[in-house]
Design a binder for this molecule. Structure first.
Ligand code: DHB
Ligand code: MG
Length: 215
């Protein structure tokens, strides 16, 4: 036995408790939902990225209980807006209640249903975004990336959670559809000429890409 903690645990221990996000997590567990929210360190990164680029319009795909929604909304200024796409109405309701609790209820719009239908709708409405957070069904990540590129303002950031899929992505014996599509997503993040990108290998992997101004 050693007293060793992981580098991720050490990094998290530096930060004080976050009462609002703790309440979000508690509400997810109270509903009997498995808590697969973004990890706290990446939540802080979302806030920092949204704030640094002064994003006016953010879009997230997959909301669960609103943890990432709170992190994204924290980075926006008062006039900033978040559109959140979610398949399950009960998740969208829980997330909206949590965004209200956090003081962002009026800045977020939920669209319930198949995300690709909502994305098509947003395109028809001529909506554009400066920030995308993809955290939904892994088998559609390449499609969501393509939609993000369509709806992006020049210089927009596209962030994708769980690029390692708990080790499946790097395990060559894993050949299922979702993992194959995640590998495709990761390769496109790295090689698409329209993007400047980085892959963060901590936690379950996070992709961050910036849409080039000229694309
Ligand atoms: C898991 C984690 C996630 O963040 C997610 O979006 C989906 C699944 C998981 O750990 O299983
Ligand atoms: Mg995730």
């Amino acid at each position: 036995m050693t007293n060793e903690v992981s580098q991720e645990q050490y990094a998290e221990s530096l930060f004080g408790p976050d009462e609002v996000l703790n309440k979000v997590t508690a509400s997810i567990l109270e509903q009997g939902i498995r808590d697969i929210s973004i990890v706290p360190g990446y939540g802080r990164l979302l806030t920092l990225l949204v704030k640094s680029m002064r994003a006016a319009d953010a879009l997230e795909i997959g909301v669960l209980g609103g943890y990432s929604g709170v992190c994204l909304a924290r980075g926006l200024d008062k006039s900033g807006r978040l559109v959140s796409l979610e398949l399950r109405p009960e998740y969208a309701e829980l997330a909206h209640a949590n965004l209200r609790m956090a003081g962002f209820g009026d800045q977020v719009e939920y669209r319930v249903g198949d995300a690709q239908d909502s994305l098509r709708q947003l395109e028809e409405e001529g909506r554009k975004f400066d920030f995308f957070f993809i955290d939904a069904d892994k088998g559609n990540y390449p499609n969501y990336l393509e939609w993000a590129l369509k709806l992006a303002r020049p210089g927009a950031l596209i962030v994708g959670d769980n690029t390692f899929m708990r080790g499946k992505t790097t395990d060559a014996s894993q050949q299922g559809n979702a993992v194959a599509r995640m590998r495709e997503f990761n390769e496109r993040i790295a090689t698409d000429p329209r993007l400047d990108s980085v892959m963060l290998p901590a936690y379950d992997g996070l992709a961050i890409a910036r849409v080039k101004e000229s694309s």
